[in-house]
Structures are given as structure tokens and as C-alpha cells.
Design a protein around this ligand. Structure first.
Ligand SMILES: *Cc1c(COP(=O)(O)O)cnc(C)c1O
Length: 388
């Protein structure tokens, strides 16, 4: 077996058709979309076509899409831009305890600027309770930001219900949909969101390009100053190859979504069932059904996630963990801790995220290699010796 990539929540390979269209817009069609001549106009047209493709993936209007440098910038733009533009109305923001760092750190920044932030808990399957959101709302609340699908455990949040609450109270509702866009149906009207972040490299597009959906009438303070691009919401010459690549990736994702959902759900459930049948002392993290199709996340008790990753890597398997070091810190994943896992259990976590090129043979290969690795690591673990 050659190498097996099971880290699609970290990033995905660029689809060949995406790379081909990007090349065209780097070499032949290289104009600046702001130029009035034909070199500029042909590029402007391609950019607007891509905007329509990205909008179509989420049921939005093309003019509501702002291209950014990725999911991180979209989150910053939504949360910091949304809070600054509405600070006269209030200074309170609601988010959850399981958000991506791009959201968490934007909220921390706002706290330093005098805003108050409520970090809502989640249940042991990683789901935010709608009642908790309702109770947290105060007359000062101006923004609610809750992710659609979690990047570690894949759980899907009840956004439609939360969005309705926000709408009734006139509160801006943002979601980080980087892990759901292209993987499950995303519709800005069904989800009742005003702002939604997406990123191309999580759906077979290039790195360094993303988008923020901005519902018409939503006030945002701009964070970059200069030219009038992106309807004055983001200054700077557009990343044209990235944008046309994102458009192509969005169109491919939309076309393949139903079939891929079915295929990946089967592979995911095969992996989950295989691990549960062949390894003792394991715990599936996240919700069994309310999770994105390609996400598998387990805690292996008495094991250090880091050593598990290295052992898998020696077998050519690329996965990730909610344990130390990967993130450059000694703290285990804040997501797993918020779900009530102990530090030890969180440290022994393994995330396997499947994608378009994974095959059933690859799942079989992992199911063959993983159990003996676990046995070997446990044999060396003082914690495990003690428990036996
Ligand atoms: C990857 C990711 C981001 C960051 O997107 P970039 O395009 O890499 O900046 C934000 N949120 C979630 C949930 C992610 O998985």
C-alpha cells in the first residue's frame, strides 16, 4: 500500500480541473480585473462567474460573496468587522466553546477592546443547546457566532433554530462553515445566517482563498483600507487564479455532493465499526449521526495521540490528533475538553478525515494496521499496565 491521506479536515489536494483553470488565469489571462481594457474585462468576467459558482453552493446571491484570503480572514472580517460596526447597539457577543482558533482568537481580541463574550458549553457529543443560546442573549447582544460543522469531531450544529432566535432579536448571526461547505448541503436561508465563512482548500480548491457571505444590509466595518475592490469590503487586487479556482471547486463540490456524501458516509461508518470491533477501550468522539460524512474521531485510552500519529506515519498513514505538539502547545484540544473528556482521554485522540480519493482498500489497510499499533503502544504504556 502506498501512502494513505486521511487528514482532509486539515487540507485537501487541488482537483486537477481546478489547477487547470488556475493556470489559464496565471499565464494567458493575467489582466487586473480593475482595468478597463479587454485584458482586464475578460478576467473581471471570470471572477464574477466564480462568484456566482461560490454563491450557488450556499444558496446566496453573487453580490453577497466577498472573496478573502481564506477561512481565517473571513472569520476575522465577520466577527471583528461585525462587532465594530454595531458597537453603538451593544457590546456582547455569543459564541461556543468548540470554535476554530480563527473565531476564538477574534473573540479574545474583541474582549481586549472592551467587548463581553459568552462562550457557550456543548453537550458530551459536541452539540450547542439552543436553550443555552436563548438564555445567553441580553439587550446588549449584537453578534452570535457558532460554527456549522466542527473541524475536530465533525458535529453539525442546529443553526436554523439558533438563526431564528437571532433574527427575532435583530442580532447578527455568523457561522464558520469551512468544514461543512461542499460536504453537506449549506443554504444561507435555511441556516438563517447573515454571515458565513468558507475556504477553498478544504474543498479541493487552492490555499489562500476563501469567502465571506454577507447578507444584504448587514453592517461590517472594513478591516483593510486601500482600493474599492469587493464592493469596498476588502481592499487589494483580487487573487484571480485563487478565485477562479475556488469557483471551479465550488461547482465540482455541488455536482458531486449527493454521491460523495453517500460514498464517504459508508466508508466512515465502516471505519468506525471496524475500529470499535477490533480495538478495546475506545470512545467515539462526537455525534454518531449528526457529523459530516468523512469524519472519524476516536479516543484510545492509555495512549498518547502523538506516538500513535508517528506509528501510523511510519505505515504511510497521514492522520491528526487532538493531543499536544501538533498544535505546538501542551494543552489538549479545547474542543474535546469542552465535550467533557479528561486530559488523558483527550490526549489519546485520533482524527481520520476521509476525502474524494480514499478507497475501501485504504480503509481496510488502516483497519489492518491500527489494532497492532494500539496493542504495541499499550504494552509500553505504564497507565495501561497499571489498569490491568
Ligand atoms: C481550516 C479552517 C479554518 C481556517 O481556514 P483557512 O482558509 O485555512 O484560513 C477556519 N475554520 C475552520 C472550521 C477550519 O476548519
Amino acid at each position: 500500500m502506498s501512502r494513505v491521506y486521511l487528514d482532509h479536515s486539515a487540507t485537501t489536494p487541488v482537483h486537477r480541473e481546478v489547477a487547470e483553470v488556475m493556470l489559464e488565469y496565471m499565464t494567458g489571462k493575467f489582466g487586473n480585473p480593475s482595468s478597463v481594457h479587454s485584458f482586464g474585462r475578460e478576467v473581471k468576467k471570470a471572477m464574477e462567474d466564480a462568484r456566482a459558482q461560490v454563491a450557488a453552493l450556499m444558496g446566496a446571491k453573487p453580490e453577497e460573496i466577498v472573496f478573502t484570503s481564506g477561512g481565517t480572514e473571513a472569520d476575522n472580517m465577520a466577527i471583528i468587522g461585525g462587532a465594530l460596526a454595531n458597537r453603538k447597539k451593544g457590546n456582547h457577543i455569543i459564541t461556543s466553546a468548540i470554535e476554530h482558533h480563527a473565531v476564538v482568537d477574534s473573540c479574545h481580541y474583541l474582549e481586549k477592546q472592551g467587548f463581553k463574550v459568552t462562550y457557550l458549553p456543548v453537550d458530551d457529543e459536541g452539540i450547542v443547546q439552543v436553550e443555552d443560546v436563548a438564555q445567553a442573549i441580553t439587550p446588549e447582544t449584537i453578534l452570535i457566532t457558532i460554527m456549522h460543522a466542527n473541524n475536530e469531531v465533525g458535529t453539525i450544529q442546529p443553526l436554523g433554530e439558533i438563526g431564528l432566535l437571532a433574527k427575532e432579536k435583530g442580532i447578527i448571526f455568523h457561522t464558520d462553515a469551512v468544514q461543512s461547505l461542499g460536504k453537506i448541503p449549506v443554504d444561507v436561508n435555511e441556516l438563517q445566517v447573515d454571515l458565513l465563512s468558507g475556504s477553498a482548500h478544504k474543498l479541493y480548491g487552492p490555499k489562500g482563498i476563501g469567502c465571506l457571505y454577507v447578507r444584504k444590509g448587514t453592517k461590517l466595518e472594513r478591516l483593510s483600507h486601500g482600493g474599492g475592490q469587493e464592493r469596498r469590503r476588502r481592499a487589494g487586487t483580487e487573487n484571480v487564479p485563487g478565485i477562479v479556482g475556488f469557483g471551479k471547486a465550488a461547482q465540482l463540490a455541488k455536482d458531486h455532493l449527493p454521491a460523495e456524501t453517500e460514498r464517504l458516509t459508508k466508508l466512515r461508518d465502516k471505519m468506525i465499526a471496524g475500529i470499535e470491533a477490533n480495538v478495546e477501550h475506545v470512545k467515539l468522539n462526537g455525534h454518531r449521526e449528526k457529523r459530516v460524512p468523512g469524519n472519524v474521531n476516536f479516543s484510545f485510552l492509555f495512549i498518547e495521540g502523538e506516538s500513535l500519529l508517528l506509528s501510523l506515519d511510519m505505515k504511510g498513514i497521514g492522520a491528526s490528533s487532538g493531543s499536544a505538539c501538533t498544535s505546538g502547545s501542551l494543552d489538549p484540544s479545547h474542543v474535546l475538553l469542552a465535550m467533557g473528556l479528561s486530559h488523558e482521554t483527550a490526549h489519546g485522540s485520533l482524527r481520520l478525515t476521509l476525502g474524494k480519493d480514499n478507497t475501501e482498500e485504504e480503509i481496510d489497510y488502516v483497519l489492518q494496521e491500527l489494532p497492532p499499533i494500539i496493542l504495541r503502544l499499550r504494552a509500553m504504556s505504564p497507565l495501561y499496565q497499571h489498569q490491568r
